[in-house]
Design a protein around this ligand. Structure first.
Ligand code: SF4
Length: 303
């Protein structure tokens, strides 16, 4: 069981605390520019006066209002996911404590709605912390600085995630055609639920646990990022095109915008298994990042 980090006196790390607090505020209230560009461009593709155009206009207004008023983009705070790269010998325990305290403060300030409950009793912890919240993924690297990426992943879209084991009688064998059919099935099953238009992170391979984790990590790529593997780049593009020909549309209202992007990564697998894991992200695609300087200050904002 993962225990919550204890209450911490943040005076020991005031700069890091402020940096992480600001990272949370930005992530919760300001969609990254690449996502805003994708939503804006999709609005232009929909027929004037259609339900799809209305839905995307409402989403656009929501994005603008949240940014102007520093209020959460959505009432669903989502799972709070920190992806942290640290130099060798960096104190990750201390980082976890400071970040957890920043989550508590952000909740108090209204940047995050109180949205974390005990899984058995349903009791809200009131500060978005508790066993397993927030989530930390640490990676060491040989760079001298710390890089933090934060993603807030909504519950509605998390419900639309899917995992497939190939071969499958309906989707095909252990090849990219089978993968394509599995991903398209995920979109079909969602039918715009999980607050589409969606963005997919996909992992081919891994095991059931690592596959889902890596699928989610694909969502750290920008919307415009092209896969370095040509076959996967083609597949990503084909998935978006086919999804947008499905007629499902934003929120399932019909229209041309079912999917904004699809990002696919691979992990080695065991010869005995072939999983396709799909992490479905909603339009409230909240991800931000920061490069942290030696004193804990924000050196560069990412995305
Ligand atoms: S799925 Fe996304 S947009 Fe829908 S309620 Fe949750 S966070 Fe909000």
């Amino acid at each position: 069981m993962t225990a919550t980090a204890p209450l911490r006196d943040v005076s020991a790390d005031p700069a890091l605390f402020q940096t992480l607090l600001e990272l949370i505020r930005r992530t919760s209230t300001q969609l990254p520019d690449d996502v805003v560009r994708a939503v804006t461009s999709a609005r232009k593709d929909e027929a004037a006066g259609s339900n799809a155009e209305v839905a995307l206009n409402v989403i656009g207004c929501n994005i603008g209002l949240a940014r102007e008023s520093s209020l959460p983009l959505c009432q669903d705070t989502g799972t709070i996911l920190f992806y942290v790269h640290t130099p060798v010998a960096y104190d990750q325990i201390e980082f976890e404590e400071v970040a957890t305290e920043a989550v508590r403060r952000a909740t108090k300030l209204g940047y995050l709605r109180q949205n974390s409950v005990d899984s058995v009793t349903g009791k809200n912890t009131g500060d978005n912390t508790g066993p397993g919240s927030p989530v930390f993924h640490f990676h060491q690297w040989r760079e001298p600085h710390v890089e933090v990426k934060l993603m807030l992943k909504g519950g509605g879209c998390e419900n639309m995630n899917a995992q497939y084991s190939l071969p499958h009688p309906d989707f095909g064998g252990r090849d990219l055609k089978g993968v394509e059919n599995a991903i398209l099935d995920c979109i079909l099953q969602a039918q715009g639920q999980g607050c589409g238009p969606g963005i997919l992170g996909v992992c081919i391979g891994g095991d059931r646990g690592s596959g889902y984790g890596y699928a989610k990590e694909q969502l750290l790529r920008t919307m415009e990022d092209t896969n370095s593997e040509p076959a996967l780049a083609d597949l990503e593009q084909r998935i978006v095109e086919k999804a947008n020909q499905s007629g499902i549309g934003p929120m399932g209202f019909g229209g041309k915008t079912t999917l904004l992007a699809c990002k696919i990564g691979t992990q080695n697998r065991l010869p005995a298994s072939f999983f396709v894991s799909v992490a479905y992200m909603c339009w409230a695609y909240r991800r931000r990042g920061v490069v942290v300087g030696a004193e804990g200050e924000a050196r560069e904002w990412l995305y």
